[in-house]
Design a protein around this ligand. Structure first.
Ligand SMILES: Nc1ncnc2c1ncn2[C@@H]1O[C@H](COP(=O)(O)OP(=O)(O)OP(=O)(O)O)[C@@H](O)[C@H]1O
Length: 211
């Protein structure tokens, strides 16, 4: 992967994320973690090389197939990407609304998840008035609500205190136990030490696997 005429950001990577697996993706700032997650989310195309997602080659996938593939992926962006004109509840419920579900069938589920991530009091608040940590938890809840087959999370505990980080990690582990493949990009060694899992380590554009 390279951006424009810049240097190669990622090179000679070979790995797979197995269904129902759990892994941390780590490496120093600028090592390419976000780029790798964006490649897996099909938000970027590799300059060279082959990526297949859910068994389909990304290079030959028609644009029309993208929404279906993305619906199977939950993603927590580093900058949250919440919609400011929707309440916390509406942001989190959005993936279910897009799937065409009736509100009556999911309202309780959304409220329960919001309570779980500690946003029970912020259900009707709009993102501009949320703190960084609250936005992060709303972004996590939105990524989890559709029970995706693959969860990609970019520094999902970067804005919360260590106690809440542990709680969120537990949520990711539970999701994994219920059948989701989880990839968590993080710098936080303390967080990784809390859960014995595979580590994908990026360094100078290359990937080292510690199973
Ligand atoms: N849109 C872009 N255009 C040009 N270069 C980019 C772009 N996005 C990222 N890069 C470069 O690619 C490299 C990898 O960046 P990336 O954001 O993937 O790293 P990261 O490991 O996620 O970093 P951090 O931990 O700081 O978020 C960096 O050198 C960065 O400057």
């Amino acid at each position: 992967m390279r951006y424009g005429l810049g240097p190669e950001v990622l090179r000679d990577l070979t790995f797979s994320v197995e269904p129902n697996s759990f892994q941390f993706l780590t490496g120093p700032s600028g090592a390419g973690k976000t780029s790798l997650l964006r490649l897996l989310y099909l938000a970027l195309k590799p300059t060279r090389g082959l990526i297949s997602v859910f068994g389909r080659d990304v290079a030959t996938m028609p644009r029309s197939a993208l929404p279906d593939v993305r619906r199977r992926i939950g993603i927590v962006f580093q900058d949250f990407r919440l919609l400011d004109h929707m309440t916390t509840y509406e942001n989190v419920a959005l993936p279910l609304r897009v799937m065409g579900r009736e509100e009556a069938s999911y309202r309780a589920e959304v409220v329960e998840l919001l309570r779980w991530v500690g946003l029970g009091e912020r259900i009707d608040a709009y993102p501009p008035v949320l703190s960084g940590g609250e936005k992060q938890r709303a972004a996590i809840a939105r990524a989890l609500i559709g029970r995706p087959e693959l969860l990609l999370a970019d520094e999902p505990t970067g804005n919360v205190d260590p106690q809440l980080a542990r709680r969120l990690l537990r949520l990711f582990v539970e999701l994994h136990r219920s059948g989701t493949a989880v990839v968590i990009a993080t710098h936080d060694i303390g967080l990784m030490d809390l859960y014995d899992a595979r580590r994908l380590v990026l360094s100078e554009g290359r990937l080292y696997l510690y199973d």
